[in-house]
Design a protein around this ligand. Structure first.
Ligand SMILES: C[S@@+](CC[C@H](N)C(=O)[O-])C[C@H]1O[C@@H](n2cnc3c(N)ncnc32)[C@H](O)[C@@H]1O
Ligand code: SF4
Length: 361
C-alpha cells in the first residue's frame, strides 16, 4: 500500500547542459494532451489510499502556464491526503511568479523545491541556466512573504572550472537565503548531455571531496542536519517524501519516465512521449523477491545518517540483518557502526558510501 505519490511534469523552457532527466521542450499544444494522458494513468492505477506525501517534480512543473497549472492541480485533487500531508512542488526561478504561487497555496501545496544550482553568473552560463543571483534572492523572499515556510534549494558543485572559493561563496549565499532544506549534488557528467558531448572532464576527485567536506562543515555549523548523503535540513524539515524512498516504502509514480513501487513490484514508465500519449505507460515491471527487498532496505537505508533500524528490519523480514548479509567484515573494518539498534555508515565513509553498499548486492 502506497502512502506517497510522485507526479512527473516533463516540460522545460530550455535544456540545461548537464541534464539527463526525462524532459521535453515546453510547447502549449503538448501540455494539453499530456495532462489528459496523465489523468487517465492516475484514474486507472490509483486505489484511493490516503497519501502522506505528494510530490510534483520534473522537468519543470513551473513552466506550465497559469491555466495549465490550475488544470493540473485540480486534476490532482483526486488524491486523498492525510491531515498532516506534505505536498511539494518543484520550480525554476525564472518561471515561478506571484500568481502561480497563489495558485499553489490555494490547492494546498506546502513545500517548494527550487533549482538554484549556483549563484555564480559564469557557472550559471556554463550550465545554461536562465536566472541570476538577484532573481534567486527575490523569488525566495516572495515565497516566504506568501507564507511558504518549507522551502528546499538544490545546489550543484564540482562544476567545470569551479574552485573551493567559488563553492564557499555559493554556500554563503545559500545560507543567507535562510531556507530550512538544502540538497547538494556533485555534477555527474551524463552521456548525451551538452557538457559530456563537449568533452568536459570531471574535476579532480580530491577537490570534489574537499568541496563535499566544506559544504558539510559549513551547513552543520549553521544548524543543518546532514540526514542523507546529499541532503541537509533544519530539525523537522527533512523531506518526508524522499524518506519514503530511503525507507524502502512503496510509492506511486505517475507521468512520463516516472518510476514507482507498488504491491511488491517496481515499475518504470516509458520516456517516449508518443507512447505515453497513446496510453502505453509502463516499459518495465519487476516483482521483487524477498532477498531483493532486503538488499534495497540496506542500500537505501544506509544513505540515511541514522542508518537502518535493526528491529524494523526484523519486523519487516522476519530475520536478522547478519543472517542475510556478511556485515561482520564491514563492522571489523570500521565501515559500519552498530549502535543503539541502528546500523550506520560512519561520517568519514559517507562520501564513499557506494563502495560499502556494494557488499549488499
Ligand atoms: C530534475 S532537476 C528538477 C528541478 C528543476 N527542473 C531544476 O532544474 O531546477 C533536480 C535537480 O537534480 C540536480 N541534477 C540534475 N542533473 C544533474 C547532474 N547531471 N549532476 C548533478 N546534479 C544534477 C539539480 O540540482 C536539479 O535541480
Ligand atoms: S535541470 Fe531542470 S530545468 Fe534543466 S533541463 Fe533538467 S529538468 Fe529541465
Amino acid at each position: 500500500m502506497a502512502k506517497a505519490c510522485y507526479i512527473h511534469i516533463p516540460f522545460c523552457e530550455h535544456i540545461c547542459s548537464y541534464c539527463d532527466f526525462c524532459k521535453v521542450l515546453y510547447q502549449t499544444k503538448w501540455v494539453k494532451s499530456y495532462l489528459q494522458a496523465l489523468e487517465k494513468e492516475i484514474q486507472v492505477s490509483y486505489h484511493d489510499e490516503i497519501l502522506d506525501t505528494l510530490y510534483i517534480g520534473g522537468g519543470t512543473p513551473s513552466s506550465l502556464s497559469y491555466t495549465e497549472l490550475e488544470q493540473l492541480l485540480q486534476m490532482l485533487q483526486i488524491f486523498q491526503l492525510s491531515s498532516n500531508y506534505e505536498y511539494t512542488f518543484e520550480c525554476n526561478i525564472e518561471n515561478i511568479e506571484e500568481e502561480k504561487l497563489c495558485l499553489l497555496k490555494k490547492y494546498g501545496v506546502n513545500r517548494i523545491s527550487v533549482g538554484v544550482e549556483t549563484a555564480n553568473s559564469h557557472l550559471l552560463h556554463v550550465l545554461n541556466r536562465k536566472h541570476t543571483k538577484e532573481s534567486i534572492w527575490y523569488k525566495i523572499e516572495l515565497m516566504k512573504k506568501m507564507g511558504f515556510t518549507n522551502i528546499n534549494v538544490d545546489l550543484m558543485y564540482a562544476l567545470p572550472g569551479e574552485t573551493l572559493e567559488d563553492v564557499e561563496k555559493d554556500i554563503e549565499f545559500i545560507l543567507s537565503l535562510e531556507v530550512p532544506h538544502i540538497s547538494t549534488y556533485s555534477l555527474i557528467l551524463e552521456p548525451h548531455t551538452k557538457l559530456y558531448i563537449d568533452g568536459v572532464k570531471p574535476i579532480d576527485e580530491d577537490l570534489d571531496f574537499e568541496m563535499y567536506q566544506l559544504i558539510q562543515n559549513k551547513l552543520e555549523q549553521h544548524g543543518y542536519i546532514h540526514y542523507e548523503t546529499s541532503n541537509y535540513a533544519k530539525a523537522g524539515y527533512e523531506s518526508r517524501h524522499n524518506c519514503t524512498y530511503w525507507d524502502n516504502e512503496e510509492y506511486y509514480g505517475f507521468g512520463l519516465g516516472a518510476s514507482g513501487y507498488y504491491d511488491g513490484m517496481r515499475y518504470e514508465n516509458t520516456r517516449s512521449f508518443n507512447h505515453y500519449l497513446k496510453g502505453s505507460y509502463r516499459i518495465e515491471e519487476h516483482t521483487l523477491s524477498k532477498l531483493e527487498k532486503m538488499q534495497n532496505e540496506m542500500i537505501l537505508g544506509l544513505r540515511k545518517k541514522k542508518g537502518v533500524n535493526r528491529e524494523q528490519f526484523m519486523l519487516k523480514y522476519g530475520c536478522k540483518i547478519e543472517e542475510v548479509f556478511p556485515i561482520q567484515e564491514l563492522l571489523d573494518a570500521g565501515k559500519l557502526i552498530d549502535q543503539n539498534g541502528f546500523l550506520t555508515i560512519p561520517t568519514i565513509y559517507q562520501y564513499v558510501a557506494n563502495e560499502i553498499l556494494i557488499y549488499f548486492i
